[in-house]
Write a protein that binds this ligand. Sequence first.
Ligand SMILES: [Zn+2]
Ligand SMILES: [Zn+2]
Length: 334
Amino acid sequence: MRAWHVEAPGPVTGHPMRLHSDDETPRPGPGELLLQVLACGVCRTDLHVTEGDLPPHQSGVTPGHEVVGEVAAVGEGDTAGFRPGDRAGGAWLRSTDNTCTFCRRDAENLCPASTYTGWDADGGYAEYMTVPAAYAHRLPPGYTNEELAPLLCAGIIGYRALKRAELPPNGRLGIYGFGGSAHLAAQVALARGATVHVLTRGEQAKRLALELGAASVGEADGMPPEPLDAAILFAPVGDLVLPALAALDRGGTLSIAGIHLTDIPPLNYEKHLFQERQLRSVTSNTREDAREFLGFAASHKLKITVHPYPLDHADQAQRDLKAGRFDGAAVLIP
Ligand SMILES: [Zn+2]
Ligand SMILES: [Zn+2]
């Protein structure tokens, strides 16, 4: 089978990934599914793996953790009811130990023994991959394979970031940065009655925000037209933490969605935190977050902008993502 491998992590302009055309198709271990990949999203985290911003966990790993597949085979033992021919999703969280204090208190996203698809184990930039059945997802009807792919990380993480922002009912939400994850989280918030203000650079992103129903759009470092009950920072830019905190009303919460953020400049207690404003990070997601979000997607048709690339052009897709050459989500099609 064909599969990409990160052979020398470094800038995507220097070809850190190589496409192999004669890899052996993996075999599903006990409790695992073999997925024939139908579509795989290209997430910014893949870029961090490819470029080495995330330290390599497995040399020559195949990236990709927004995987829409068809179950081609199942391993021995419990495969969570999945059968050959089912459509199934593979996401970032690949496994946890189920026994640590975090797993036992419904915070498996913090499990120190967790492993990740496309970082600790080979992911979906390939024709086939394996996934533990207990961590595979059932996918909502009403979407194409291409549309489903970005839901599996961008969508789930955006959803968790929205939960972590603790937006009150009918509250005022600020969204800083408006890429793949943000435009899905915005649709969830809007469907639940929020007023959404989008602060981002880029005319196309601003136009999309207004089309989806944002009440206002403005520059990323500007001020929204009214104080915010909650905000989510999607742009990986630490400088924006200051204006986002300053825009919060009393008791407001800022959640930072990214796995990677540039340094945050010094905060001024009075201006940025006093009046019980809160600053929170978001780390991965639980399977429950994924089930909730995919359930939401089943009952509300989300508008998803995708840019398909053939699997053989995965390196180009990553270069285009890095250069910001498209809005929405790049998706690889084997
Ligand atoms: Zn654990
Ligand atoms: Zn991702």
